[in-house]
Design a protein around this ligand. Structure first.
Ligand code: SF4
Length: 255
């Protein structure tokens, strides 16, 4: 695809919210300049109209002192304000899809919840699809309808969030969910439970094994897992998994 064709998609069809807005924004330009320029360029409107829209979008993402924010440099704002500004920039051209890469990682718990609620309301109000990239199962459970679990650059399990979280099928997904700490009252079973971990390290992406990429860390691995990679098995209800052991389960269920 040519650069010109990318420019027809960037911002207009697909927008991105980055993990760290401080590095995603230009430190040498004021927020107003960056937001107005983006809106004017992507929407093809003049600067005056773009300024009016910039004010409206900042209000929409919950920024009350709009004039101060427009005149501020990125470093002068809090992490939560900067992330709201990134969301305003991402949504200002009404894209069909927003990709949010760990959008709440750098924020404290209260602001995190506010930003997640904002993303949820944008999804409902503008009918914008959101792909959220995260390691946080709390965020997955709160925000998503569908989840795709990736290992070594590939999707190993996909399905409805509630189903994957309550009945994961891939050994890697199971390991991830088991390694989420539980909060329990002193003396209870959950408080005493030892935090689980997935032993071993991910494979070298430049030198991938010929079998399953999770093979060296998988407690369910058999000889077959090291000879060639598993295909994708459908377990029904849009639940897909890439694991030889689930092929066995599937054929057991069928037989
Ligand atoms: S294919 Fe084999 S090694 Fe890979 S996840 Fe399944 S059981 Fe484990």
């Amino acid at each position: 695809m040519e650069e010109k064709e990318y420019n027809l998609i960037r911002g207009k069809e697909i927008s991105m919210i980055f993990q760290n807005p401080l590095t995603a924004l230009d430190p040498s330009y004021k927020i107003g300049t960056q937001l107005v320029e983006t809106i004017a360029y992507r929407r093809g409107i003049n600067k005056k109209e773009a300024v009016i829209e910039a004010r409206q979008w900042l209000q929409r993402v919950g920024i009350s002192d709009v004039e101060r924010v427009l005149k501020s440099y990125p470093h002068a704002l809090s992490g939560g304000m900067r992330q709201r500004m990134m969301i305003a920039m991402a949504i200002s051209c009404r894209p069909k899809l927003i990709i949010a890469d760990e959008p709440t990682t750098a924020l404290d718990a209260t602001i995190q919840k506010q930003i997640l609620n904002l993303l949820k309301s944008i999804n409902q109000e503008f009918n914008t699809s959101i792909i959220i990239i995260t390691h946080d199962f709390g965020v997955v459970a709160y925000l998503s309808d569908k989840v795709a679990v990736m290992y070594a650059g590939k999707i190993v399990e996909y399905g409805n969030t509630s189903r994957i979280l309550s009945a994961p099928e891939h050994p890697y997904t199971r390991g991830l969910i088991r390694s989420v700490p539980e909060i329990g009252n002193k003396g209870t079973k959950s408080a005493r439970r030892r935090l689980s971990q997935i032993d071993g390290v991910p494979p070298d992406l430049m030198n991938m094994p010929q079998g399953c990429s999770f093979g060296s860390r998988c407690k369910e691995a058999t000889e077959r897992c090291f000879s060639h990679p598993p295909g994708v098995v459908s377990l029904g209800q849009e639940h897909l998994v890439s694991c030889f052991q689930r092929e066995v389960k599937r054929s057991d269920a069928a037989g």
